[in-house]
Design a protein around this ligand. Structure first.
Ligand code: 2AM
Length: 194
């Protein structure tokens, strides 16, 4: 199954972001983006791709350990950003060091469980809001619309393992379905350890 590790913002944070994205939908050019489905909004920590079922027990144990070592930490959704002309996202502020460390631990947990992980890119925390349907989509109006966005502050308290099922229908705009298949509380004491 196709899996990734993530932090899931709380419903209040997502509702608030939803109001901002509603406004983006009304901007000219909004049809040029495939907007991500709201129930699936997440902050990816580590993307694993297809994972062999037989690796799951060990993966779960190792993700639990990663969560156990990480203390809860504050985050908020913040502003906007983009990857080239392809992806529009909202960013994150707060304890980004702890978030990055959790991402590294989730990546290491997967790797040590035997999941062939891609080479490390610099971790850029983001929540994808839309992807360009084609070339030449101007993301500036949407970035402007996200510019002043400051979400509520919340406490990241859980590491989630999410299953992504890709659409098979071929219907235009259909989104992957996301299902949380595991969640472990962050229960570190705050002293950083590997
Ligand atoms: P994205 O939002 O920037 O596309 C599920 O697909 C999640 O894993 C998405 O948040 C996606 O990030 C992230 N992801 C990271 N690397 C990926 C890859 N190679 N293929 C698909 N998704 C990837």
């Amino acid at each position: 199954m196709r899996l990734f590790a993530a932090v899931l913002p709380p419903p209040e944070g997502l509702t608030e972001l939803g109001h901002v994205v509603d406004r983006l939908h009304r901007l000219p050019g909004a049809d040029g983006l495939r907007w991500t489905s709201r129930p699936g909004w997440h902050l990816t920590l580590a993307f694993m791709g297809e994972v062999d079922e037989e690796l799951l027990p060990e993966l779960r144990v190792r993700l639990a350990r990663a969560a156990h070592r990480t203390p809860p930490f504050p985050l908020r959704l913040h502003g906007g950003g983009h990857f080239g002309r392809r992806a529009l996202w909202t960013g994150v502020a707060g304890d980004l060091d702890e978030l990055r460390l959790l991402a590294e631990r989730a990546d290491a947990a997967a790797r040590r469980s035997g999941v062939p992980m891609e080479e490390h890119r610099r971790y850029q925390a983001h929540l994808t809001l839309g992807r360009a349907r084609g070339e030449g989509v101007d993301l500036h109006p949407f970035l402007d619309g996200l510019g002043g966005f400051e979400g509520i502050r919340w406490q990241a308290e859980e590491l989630a393992l999410v299953r992504s099922s890709l659409p098979v229908s071929g219907v235009r705009g259909e989104q992957p379905r996301y299902e949380t298949v595991g969640a472990w509380p962050l229960e570190g004491s705050g002293a950083q350890s590997g």
